[in-house]
Design a protein around this ligand. Structure first.
Ligand code: AMP
Ligand code: MG
Length: 501
């Protein structure tokens, strides 16, 4: 039976999903096969119906006992071939050597019958120790699992490439972080979990044959159209660099800060991956550091574009021998700046409601960012409210202008902005509709996640549901939930997020 939500065909029951694990077709040095460690007395915390739809899982299954068993790691579905993958990486700019899935277990791809393309791999994060756990306990706490779950689905709602999150399963089993916390497993979905650090692993271990096997695997699985290029490895690096540059531009445009842009957290698909101490910009400060552990600000908002490029260079370094020459590698990496710049300026233009671009736009954006920083204006609220200004009536600007300590700075900027809009004969009503489609009303502010976490720690999961509903459609207005779109309360300033997860 086809439904509008499900154009491909019928929903399937859990036991009708066919499992395979294409990563397991690589030689055994690439992973360790192992089963997830059972999670005691698991219970469902939350499930994303939209994510479940991607594997066409019947909604009736989402609260079933077998669902909880599989996605807590307590039962391995028939046909799955679970494994933990090895990778390495640069952490905070320093070569860290071997890392690997220290607490994630890849079940494999879940294929709904008759599905032909777009398969997703499912991975249990927090599913117990693996040979790559180093000093860790293999678990994830409920707190960080809720953050990852909500932000994955929020990014999807914003239209930004990301791994998805199917569900969180919790347990009262306690694990020790700064203090004891309960644990959880979050199930992530992505077409591939290969990271920049997966390539670096073989390069730094001087294993050219494995490096080539990995590149061929990635080409075959994720970039089949590039296999016919004159130099497929160069084409692969160019495409990954391009997608990464565009991804970072999309982060900047919504004020998202990843927080730990190590090369082991960089997806070769240009998707947002590994949500930890991320944050959304509130009071605009380009130097803002969202990760309390990042004292130098390597991963601050303003550094992200450069770090995205640095990470692509790290990948390029690992791929030089495959590509054949340093020059050809550099040529592929050279797409980063133009890809970032053109995506970024298109996004700023859309945020400001421009239909065509103009040579003065970069200056207008720069002067805007200067006054936003000077008055520490809330980034999301500013752009959302800007859509309601009327070209011919500055006296109605208060909702926007009241966000500024220095209101005169906004008034001066708004004169240029209005002139610019008039030059393209912008129409108020049309501009508002267009701007409200790109400037979210709801972002996952830290304090919103914090409220949901604190309630969940008391076994009340309703706030997660509420946030999920708002964040799945972040451009909509929900008059009953307008407070979720407003300025954070004063206590939010004290929230610190770190790598502890
Ligand atoms: P992350 O900072 O989450 O990207 O993790 C960096 C590395 O540490 C990866 O290899 C993770 O698998 C590993 N890791 C993080 N937390 C744990 C944990 N609690 N147990 C085992 N490994 C972990
Ligand atoms: Mg990671």
């Amino acid at each position: 039976m086809n439904s509008p939500e499900n154009p491909l065909g019928a929903h399937v029951l859990l036991n009708q999903l066919e499992w395979k694990n294409s990563f397991a077709s690589l030689p055994s040095e690439f992973y360790t096969k192992l089963s997830p460690t059972p999670l005691p007395d698991p219970y469902l915390v939350s499930v994303s119906r939209k994510a479940a739809e991607l594997i066409r899982l019947n909604p009736s299954e989402l609260s079933s006992g077998s669902f909880v068993s599989i996605f807590s790691g307590n039962a391995v579905p028939l046909g799955a071939d679970p494994l933990a993958a090895v990778y390495s990486g640069h952490q905070f700019g320093v070569w860290a050597g071997q890392l690997g899935d220290g607490r994630a277990v890849l079940l494999g791809e879940a294929l709904a019958p008759s599905e032909s393309s777009g398969t997703l791999e499912l991975q249990l994060k927090g599913a117990g120790k693996t040979p790559y756990s180093r000093m860790g306990d293999g678990r994830a706490v409920l707190r960080s699992s809720i953050r990852e779950f909500l932000c994955s689905e929020a990014m999807a709602g914003l239209g930004i490439p990301t791994s998805r999150a199917l569900c969180i399963v919790g347990s009262d089993k306690r694990v020790l972080r700064e203090m004891p916390e309960t644990s959880a497993v979050v199930t992530r979905m992505a077409p591939s979990f290969v990271r920049f650090g997966s390539f670096e692993h073989w390069f730094y271990n001087d294993k050219p044959a494995e490096l080539k096997q990995l590149a061929d695997y990635v080409l075959e699985k994720s970039y089949p159209e590039l296999r016919e290029s004159a130099n497929p490895y160069q084409a692969l690096l160019r495409e990954i660099t391009h997608l990464t540059a565009e991804l970072v531009a999309q982060w900047q445009a919504v004020g998202f800060m990843h927080g730990v842009l190590n090369t082991d957290n960089m997806s070769i698909l240009g998707q947002t991956l590994d949500y930890g101490p991320f944050g959304f910009m509130e009071a605009y400060d380009p130097a803002h550091i969202c990760n309390h552990t990042d004292q130098q600000g390597r991963y601050s908002y303003r550094m992200q574009p450069r770090i995205g490029e640095w990470n692509c260079y790290a990948l390029g370094q690992a791929m030089v021998s495959l590509i054949g020459s340093v020059e050809d590698t550099q040529e592929a990496l050279a797409v980063y700046t133009p890809s970032f710049d053109s995506k970024m300026s298109a996004l700023w233009n859309a945020k400001l409601g421009f239909q065509v671009s103009d040579s003065s736009d970069a200056e207008l954006v720069e002067s805007l960012l200067t006054i936003l920083a000077r008055s520490r204006v809330d980034f999301s609220l500013f752009f959302r409210r800007l859509s309601s200004i009327k070209l011919d009536n500055p006296s109605l600007d208060n909702a926007v202008r009241d966000l500024f300590l220095d209101r005169a700075s906004f008034d001066a900027w708004a004169i240029n902005y209005r002139q610019r809009l008039k030059r393209e004969s912008s129409i108020d009503a049309e501009r508002k509709v267009a701007m409200d489609k790109v400037n979210p009303n709801y972002v996952l502010r830290n304090y919103l996640a914090q409220v949901a976490i604190e309630k969940a720690q008391e076994k009340d999961f309703s706030e997660i549901e509420k946030l999920l509903t708002l964040l799945e459609n972040p451009f909509d207005e929900h008059p009953d939930y307008q407070s979720y779109a407003e300025l954070p309360p004063d206590w939010a300033a004290d929230i610190e997020v770190s790598c502890s997860s």
